[in-house]
Design a protein around this ligand. Structure first.
Ligand code: HEC
Length: 407
């Protein structure tokens, strides 16, 4: 599938996932169980919490990934943005149900209650990207089929005109409400007249899936197949590549912590939330981030080398016939790779921790390590070490999301 077709699929998944929506939610839902995250916003009062917009409404997320269903009934949200100067105000858009678009909705209490504010131009609209002007927050841009602008805090909307290519994401300059950047299927574009005319803002001409501008003028963008870039907003942005190695996965939404600009959350195209603690150089899955610290990964490596490596191989490459303790051909399964070359990443962290502590009932060799006095914290550290061997793709596709990632 080429990149453009891929994002077409991403957006058309909306209807399919509404069909599978049950309406009734289990009690303890973790972030990795929610099929798709379409918008992320940090809690301005609490550095460790954030809210997410999903096809099942709005959830608050605690540091351990446990969610709180703040607004189940608001609809299937496809975009959300926080007001730059009134942090409890959120604006969003999406679908009311399978057939009806929602228009534009607003919350004044951090996402708990929502009220309709507008249908949008030729609405009702379902914006898949929405952005406030940081310098004049009464100006808001939204992207449905075309880019629309509101100059009155979202009450009335107009089309800004044609865009040269299909737009995935939009962001507004912190200096000038008429300077807008659009991540499109032909790359990152910029308009200095509120969206009437567009010029390339980056030399690459293939799909850019995300663009974000900070209050301090830092722009980030993501190019499918190429990587994550940063520049300063200005006449001619000079881009530097911050990271690559995303394989066939993409970042669709970026949120930088208001408490610390090195901490970033991003929604991957798989629906997974990824986290970076170093300004976007290294990414890991949000799942398990509490134990994915350098000391615990190191502790996990030591435990792995002492207890697991004899069968699962150096750096978890897996066992081969003829290895020192390997069974003979036909005498039972070999110890599988625990790096990202086999299917360890098809399991969520909890399942991996369970397998380590409880063992595999069918296997005499994969014993219950709790009976060897291994405690949960140690199993978590081993999982953190295993995941340090995985690439971005395996991390973004881990657990319940892996089905959607099969080639
Ligand atoms: C004596 C050899 C041996 C040792 C030591 C061992 N394992 Fe295993 N492990 C296996 C075998 C064999 C399997 C596959 C069993 C099967 O498929 O029935 C397995 C399976 C697993 C799985 C499931 C993988 C998957 O993709 O489903 C995990 C996770 C795992 N081991 C982790 C560990 C960890 C962590 C340790 C160290 C604490 C460890 N193993 C120690 C032999 C071993």
């Amino acid at each position: 599938m080429n990149a453009v077709a891929k994002f077409a699929v991403t957006i058309s998944l909306i209807a399919a996932s509404l069909v599978s929506s049950t309406g009734a939610w289990a009690k303890d839902v973790y972030l990795n169980q929610i099929p798709r995250i379409n918008g992320i916003s940090f809690d301005p009062d609490d550095a460790d919490r954030f809210v997410v917009a999903t096809y099942h409404g709005v959830f608050g997320v605690a540091p351990n990934g446990l969610t709180d269903h703040l607004a189940p009934g608001v609809g299937a949200l496809t975009a959300m943005a926080r007001h730059p100067s009134h942090p409890s105000t959120l604006i969003a858009s999406g679908y009311k149900n399978q057939k009806t678009k929602l228009g534009v909705v607003l919350s004044d209490d951090g996402g708990r209650t929502w009220a309709s504010v507008a249908q949008g131009w030729q609405g009702p609209v379902a914006f898949h990207s929405i952005a406030y002007s940081p310098s004049e927050p009464s100006i808001i841009y939204g992207v449905d089929k075309k880019i629309q602008i509101s100059r009155d805090s979202g009450k009335t909307w107009n089309s800004v005109g044609e865009t040269p290519a299909r737009v995935f994401d939009i962001a507004v300059s912190a200096d000038d409400p008429m300077r807008v950047y659009a991540a499109t299927e032909t790359g990152l574009l910029r308009s200095t007249d509120g969206g009437k005319n567009w010029k390339p803002a980056h030399k690459l001409k293939h799909p850019a899936t995300m663009v974000d501008i900070q209050q301090n003028g830092t722009i980030h963008t993501f190019y499918y197949g190429t990587g994550f870039f940063r520049a300063r907003d200005g006449e001619l942005p000079a881009w530097s590549k911050i990271s690559d190695g995303f394989a066939d996965r993409a970042l669709l939404d970026l949120e930088i912590s208001p408490h610390d600009d090195q901490t970033m959350l991003a929604a991957a195209d798989t629906g997974a939330v990824m986290i970076s603690k170093d300004g976007g150089r290294n990414w890991r899955s949000f799942e398990g981030r509490l134990f994915a610290t350098a000391p615990r990964i190191e502790a996990g490596r030591t435990l792995f080398e002492e207890n697991c490596q004899a069968c699962h191989g150096v750096r978890g490459v897996g066992e081969k016939l003829g290895d020192p303790v390997a069974p003979d051909e036909g005498e039972g399964p070999l110890a599988p790779a625990l790096d990202d070359t086999m299917h360890a990443w098809h399991h969520a962290d909890e399942q991996l921790i369970g397998t380590i502590l409880e063992g595999l009932p069918e296997s005499e060799r994969m014993i219950a390590w709790k009976e060897q006095d291994m405690v949960r914290e140690e199993a978590e550290s081993i999982v953190a070490y295993m995941k340090s061997l995985w690439d971005f793709r395996a991390l973004a596709c881990q657990g319940p999301r892996h089905m959607g990632c099969m080639r």
